[in-house]
Design a protein around this ligand. Structure first.
Ligand code: TMP
Ligand code: MG
Length: 211
């Protein structure tokens, strides 16, 4: 049975780059690694609908924090069997965003903190009701909110298909979300968390020794 390890962080934190570096370093050490990412755009209808919502194409659904979170959650629900199969055949299943993204962004949208009721709503929905696999460990890739915002902005100007969505262009949401992530990590929400400094180059080789 493999371990489910999740990478979390703000938009523009560099999760994707970190996931690639960690996968490579683990593979070099002989581990069987499967990497996954949520939302599963182009693969799951709920993920594609969530993207529509993020880009203002679902009318007033986007305004509903629970409505948006439900779309993200249904994407994970539909992936649960696949994840369990992955865990059966890999040593590590590395996931770029998971249930804590729903908790952190939703709580931040509602101006709640990690003790608020939204976090418990997400856990009850996704873990208790949908039965998604619970992470074994979560890594918070921490970068100053300005750095993350700059990266998201430059992604947008480099690539026409990467127009920033409504969460990415909301600096105040991102900074509240950063604070909720810090609290989730402090409280070891759902699993042990580790904070990784993402301001510079992440040293994946030394990180994976301890995974
Ligand atoms: P992305 O930037 O990784 O494509 O994700 C889209 C946005 O949706 C991002 O701002 C984080 C947010 N999100 C949630 O609110 N809940 C979730 O479950 C996931 C996976 C993402
Ligand atoms: Mg994004």
């Amino acid at each position: 049975m493999g371990r489910l390890i999740v990478i979390e962080g703000l938009d523009g934190a560099g999760k994707n780059t970190m996931a690639r570096a960690v996968t490579e370093a683990l593979t070099e050490r002989g581990a069987r690694v499967i990497s996954r990412a949520f939302p599963r755009y182009g693969e799951d209808i709920h993920a594609d609908l969530a993207r529509d919502g993020l880009h203002g194409r679902l009318g007033d659904l986007t305004e509903s924090v629970n409505g948006m979170a439900l779309l993200f959650a249904l994407d994970r629900r539909a992936a649960a069997e696949q994840l369990r199969a992955d865990l059966d055949r890999a040593d590590i299943v590395l996931v770029d965003r998971y249930v804590a993204s729903n908790a952190a962004y939703g709580a931040a949208r509602l101006r709640q903190d990690a003790d608020g009721e939204f976090i418990d709503w997400v856990r009850a929905l996704e873990v208790d009701r949908f039965g998604i696999p619970v992470p074994d460990e979560q890594l918070l890739l921490r970068v100053p909110v300005e750095v993350a915002a700059d990266r998201a902005r430059s992604r947008e100007s480099d690539d026409a298909t990467r127009a920033r969505d409504s969460y990415e262009s909301d600096d105040s949401l991102q900074s509240r979300c950063g604070r909720v992530y810090e609290q989730l990590a402090e409280r070891n929400w759902l699993s042990p968390w580790r904070v990784v400094d993402g301001a510079g180059q992440v040293d994946a080789a030394s990180l994976v020794v301890t995974l």
